[in-house]
Design a protein around this ligand. Structure first.
Ligand code: ZN
Ligand code: ZN
Length: 279
């Protein structure tokens, strides 16, 4: 198994690799002209070196699924980052030392798994942030990724759909545990439900859903780095049932004491945490 320098790297398909930084995924996809980098995780990996070793010398293009620190902290390795237009404001954040220490504390034990130098860790934004909109196409030569806006987990969350390969990259929108729809920059749950309906309409156009977090424990028929397309309708139907009052949530403090106002529901696979005052 390759490691960069510690993150296990796995080949998922021809020209598609994933780097796993303590549970946050970075997807590297080689087209004929460029390498597409989807997310930069915590920024613990030298991504240019990783791409060079895996594919050779190619120009790189960085797209973030959304502007959370576990997906964009390595953006400072790039001149330009592309991100969903409504997550652009959150993509400029520069960490001062207090903020960096806060992140280290928040990452807690997960950072201990990483034999990297915590003092050298320097999360930060790309110099240029370019907003993406629904229907934009990212062409890396031979592979063309369509941007699908999926407001929910964050207002500016996006998915990327590659029709020839039948791949869908979904960020934190669907996972095999309860996704966070209760955050201050999450949308109302009914908006999240609309995004899930939109994704579910792609179910027969794809073979694999690639989420931005890896799963050690997972149901049969699920990969560590991929979900079957049926996850999309499980989420769409489950979230719709919460919105319509057909599924009742339980206090999320049962699972996560940090979110005292939130509730959660588990689906057949995965689930949803949400703010009951923002249905
Ligand atoms: Zn997130
Ligand atoms: Zn995340």
């Amino acid at each position: 198994m390759k490691r960069f320098p510690f993150a296990p790297a796995e080949q998922l398909a021809e020209n598609l690799w994933v780097l796993d930084e303590v549970g946050s995924n970075i997807f590297l996809i080689k087209g004929e002209e460029k390498v597409l980098v989807i997310d930069t995780s915590y920024g613990l990996t030298d991504l240019k070196a990783a791409v060079r070793e895996l594919f050779g010398d190619y120009p790189m293009m960085l797209v973030n699924t959304h502007a959370h620190y576990d997906h964009n902290s390595g953006n400072c390795q790039f001149d330009t980052a592309y991100v969903g237009r409504f997550d652009e404001p959150g993509s400029h954040h520069v960490y001062d030392e207090a903020g960096r220490q806060h992140l280290i504390a928040f990452m807690g034990d997960r950072l201990l798994e990483c034999p990297c130098d915590e003092k050298a860790w320097n999360p930060g934004p790309a110099e240029n942030i370019v907003p993406l909109s629904d229907g934009d196409v990212i062409d890396i030569g031979g592979l063309r990724f369509t941007v699908i806006e999926t407001p929910g987990h964050t207002l500016g969350s996006i998915a990327l759909f590659e029709p020839e390969k039948r791949w869908l990259f979904t960020g934190d929108t669907v996972l095999t545990w309860e996704v966070w729809g209760q955050l201050p920059n999450s949308t109302a749950l009914r908006i999240y439900a609309q995004s899930l309906d939109k994704l579910a309409s792609y179910e027969d156009k794809i073979d694999y859903v690639f989420p931005s977090h890896s799963m050690e424990k997972r149901p049969a028929g699920y990969g560590r780095y991929w979900l079957p397309p049926s996850i999309l309708s499980i989420y769409a139907e489950g979230t719709r049932a919460i919105v319509e009052g057909k599924l009742q949530g339980r206090p999320y403090t049962e699972i996560n004491p940090r979110f005292t106002e939130a509730e959660y529901v588990h689906f057949e696979v995965g689930g949803m945490a949400y703010d009951p005052k923002r249905i």
